[in-house]
Design a binder for this molecule. Structure first.
Ligand SMILES: [Zn+2]
Ligand SMILES: [Zn+2]
Length: 287
């Protein structure tokens, strides 16, 4: 049996990734990937430093669509987007019709000290300024809102894939802001995972924190264990922003997922979602 990898979370120069979609495809092939998805950040109705610009959307769709044909027989390609969920502003349903799949992510939560969308996915400095000036340092309230947003997303506008579920932990340096083992936090997680299981979404296991920040994967292993008990499907994604990052930390992550009892990952094959066996050497795909 031949072994391959899959990755459906990748950025290129249409958003804040480096190099072209085709450079990503060539690197994916070299790294043993046989099914691969493009997922640039969706355009947003306000300026930021990392999203695709609205006027590039058609070009993104046509360029990545053409690559599907060009590489037929070499690698399966899928055109997706990482869509921001911002209630009343933007969500997966705004783009799903044009795509093979959507990743729904939360990068913004409410408004910041200027009344602009509060970016919680960027530098810790901006996160802390919002936490202190807008929320009076109330991290518990902020985290409750954060997970309530995930629940609202999967209930009202479910993506195919839930993106980096607990990524807000990038600011919780050495547990300085909150304890993942506290009862209220675990209760928020339980409630959120129940909603995800009910909605039938896949949750990605995102390795970017492992190779960029020497953090745990997103979500943490303790959350993944709870997901396993609910039979929530997973996929392993790298959230790559450069061709060299497409399969980083996959082997170790796969090994840890096997140890907690996961035996399959969800992939797109011949345009259908399928659950395939995996281990640290890759996925067992029928070829
Ligand atoms: Zn993201
Ligand atoms: Zn991403």
């Amino acid at each position: 049996m031949n072994r391959y990898w899959a990755n459906y979370h990748s950025h290129n120069y249409y958003c804040d990734g480096v190099e072209s979609p085709e450079a990503q495809v060539q690197a994916a092939v070299q790294q043993g990937v046989s099914t691969f998805g493009f997922s640039s950040h969706c355009p947003l109705p306000f300026l930021n430093g990392w999203s695709m610009k609205q006027d590039r959307l058609n070009e993104y769709l046509s360029e990545t669509g053409a690559l599907k044909e060009k590489y037929k027989g070499t690698i399966e390609l899928y055109v997706g987007m990482e869509v921001d969920y911002i209630p009343g502003v933007c969500g997966p349903a705004d783009f799903a019709d044009q795509l093979d799949y959507t990743i729904g992510s939360i990068h913004y939560l409410g408004t910041n000290w200027n009344g602009d969308p509060w970016e919680i996915d960027g530098a810790t400095e901006g996160f802390m300024k919002g936490l202190v000036e807008v929320h009076g340092g109330g991290i518990e309230e902020v985290l409750r809102q954060y997970y309530a947003h995930f629940r609202q997303m999967v209930q009202q506008d479910p993506p195919d894939v839930v993106g980096h579920l607990d990524k807000i932990k990038i600011h919780n340096i050495q547990g300085s802001l909150y304890d993942e083992e506290s009862d209220w936090y675990k209760a928020e997680i339980d409630q959120t995972l129940d909603a995800i299981a009910e909605a039938g979404c896949t949750v990605e296991v995102n390795t970017r924190g492992v190779y960029k920040k020497k953090l745990d994967m997103y979500p943490s292993l303790s959350i993944l264990k709870k997901m396993r008990l609910r039979d929530i499907p997973i996929m392993i994604n790298s959230d790559s922003h450069a061709p060299g990052e497409i399969t980083l930390a996959f082997a170790d992550t796969a090994e840890q997922l096997r140890q907690i009892g996961y035996e399959t990952v969800r992939v797109l094959l011949q345009n259908e979602w399928k659950d395939v066996p995996f281990d640290k050497d890759g996925l067992s795909l029928d070829k």
